[in-house]
Design a protein around this ligand. Structure first.
Ligand code: NDP
Ligand code: 2IT
Length: 450
């Protein structure tokens, strides 16, 4: 086929939209990658001929199943569970499970697609997958959570395994849920293998897996700032979310001498000009992890502002760290951040910035680390949890801390290599997409048509 006969980006996206009607998050995630990859492969015939991007954007398989469970009042409840196994060209499917009422096929397909590139960027042998359920953990008792997890795993166990597909946590799935899920997996299979990551330390979990995503997001920020001649020290940071990723991002900001002034949940955000220092962060972690409280309680405890129903992006600060969920920075909010002098954004959440917002950040030369690079530290330590489980050993915390720092440094370098522009600006979005793509694409070519 002559190069001029190739489908162009618009034709490719039209086909994708036609084949996946209504799946707007999935379209958005694929577009972000395709826009860069089409440029990169313009003169690389093999990637066109082999239809590589079209194949990566068609999940290997999607498993969808009913999850029945009984609530504390004896009512039968029904949810829908999923596992999207996107691509296993460079390793077993790997990616988290999300329990949230908004979960649907489009969201999990976008997350599994993104995960494929993210896992490639870590340099570890992991393919891309994601799963979850439209189950709402809020207000549920421990016993209800346990029964839900057991029912969910009763179906999922047929499709996962240490060399097949290795789930982990994501929104609504933390240490407690992983414990219940792993307990049921072990019971059903009569095996003790590293089939889930993010496990408790007593039963095969890796040191620093809990901290890794948030820490990694701030390491990425640190490396971007350093390359541009700046430092985290003294920088004010807007953080959204108050879960796993947000709280450990705040911890690392504090360690590096920065100051986090906001945190949020789905009910609103708190603005604490004093900074969420270690004492206040310990309170926030206890509030969220042990008491499962709302962010407003933080404002009452520390006498600061609570803005109900709002997101933090209108506050003036140097840096933004979105760590809650997808599409939580609109184009308008991106423009407000730019107008307020925000110099860097590192995405802890998956796809938190709308496409047009990313465009505006790039145009304004804001240092912008996209999620597939910035939050890859979590899955990287998951990959190392798999290694430790296979070898039946546990590495020391200091070793894992150093490995995480190195992996994030390598990711930054690879993104900078492929994202360097002639004007001297680093387009980290482009860099992450291309660096993540190449390894998966070349493995697929090696396998032939499968
Ligand atoms: P948690 O469940 O621990 O925390 C999620 C936080 O985000 C909560 O504060 C929650 O508020 C808020 N949130 C969730 N959904 C929404 C929404 N629709 N609107 C507003 N706020 C919302 O999840 P994580 O910290 O693990 O995950 C946060 C993000 O990071 C997600 O995008 C996830 O995919 C991504 N991520 C997570 C990794 C991990 O290792 N855990 C790894 C890489 C990425 P509320 O309690 O009110 O719902
Ligand atoms: O989005 C993600 O990278 C995660 N939720 C973590 C995945 C994992 O397997 O650790």
């Amino acid at each position: 086929m002559a190069v001029s006969d190739h489908v162009n980006l618009e034709e490719f996206m039209n086909g994708l939209r036609r084949r996946n009607p209504g799946e707007t998050e999935f379209h958005q995630a694929v577009y972000e990658v395709a826009a860069n990859v089409f440029d990169f492969i313009a003169d690389k015939e093999i990637y066109h001929e082999q239809q590589i991007l079209r194949r990566i954007a068609e999940p290997d398989r999607i498993i969808s199943f009913r999850v029945c469970w009984e609530d504390d009042n004896g009512n039968i409840r029904v949810n829908r569970g999923y596992r999207v196994q996107n691509n296993n060209s460079i390793g077993p499917y790997k990616g988290g499970l999300r329990f949230h009422p908004s979960v649907n096929q489009s969201i999990l397909k976008f997350l599994a697609f993104e995960q494929t590139f993210k896992n490639s960027l870590t340099g570890l042998p992991m393919g891309g997958g994601k799963g979850g359920a439209d189950f709402n953990p809020k207000g549920k008792s421990n016993n209800e959570i346990m029964r839900f997890c057991q029912s969910f795993m009763t179906e999922l166990h047929r499709h996962v395994g240490e060399d097949t597909d290795v789930p982990a946590g994501d929104i609504g799935v933390g240490a407690r849920e992983i414990g219940y899920l792993f307990g049921q997996w072990k019971r059903l299979t009569n095996k003790f293998t590293g089939t889930l990551t993010g496990k408790g330390r007593e039963y095969g979990g890796s040191p620093i897996r809990t901290e890794a995503t948030g820490y990694g997001t701030v390491y990425m920020l640190q490396d971007m700032l350093k390359k541009a001649g700046h430092d985290v020290e003294g920088k004010s940071c807007l953080v959204s979310g108050s879960g796993n990723v947000a709280t450990y991002a705040i911890e690392k900001v504090n360690q590096l001498g920065g100051k986090a002034v906001t945190a949020s949940d789905s009910s609103g955000f708190i603005y604490d000009p004093h900074g969420i220092d270690d004492e206040r962060l310990a309170y926030l972690m206890d509030l969220k992890n042990n008491r499962r409280g709302r962010i407003e309680e933080y404002a009452n405890e520390w006498g600061c502002e609570f803005h109900a129903g709002k997101r933090p992006w209108g506050v003036k600060a140097d840096v933004a760290l979105p760590c809650a969920t997808q599409n939580e920075i609109s184009q308008k909010e991106a423009q407000t951040l730019i107008a307020n002098g925000c110099m860097a954004v590192s995405e802890g959440a998956n796809m938190p910035t709308e496409q047009e917002g990313i465009h505006d950040f790039t145009k304004a030369r804001v240092l912008f680390a996209p999620s597939k690079a910035a939050n890859a530290g979590g899955v990287a330590i998951s990959g190392l949890e798999m290694s430790q489980n296979s070898a039946r050993i546990t590495w020391k915390e200091e070793e894992l801390q150093a490995l995480l720092r190195n992996i994030m440094g390598d990711i930054h370098e690879r993104c900078a290599e492929y994202g360097q522009t002639k004007e001297g600006y680093v387009d980290y979005v482009k860099g992450a997409n291309i660096a993540g793509f190449i390894k998966v694409a070349d493995a697929m070519i090696a396998y032939g048509v499968v």
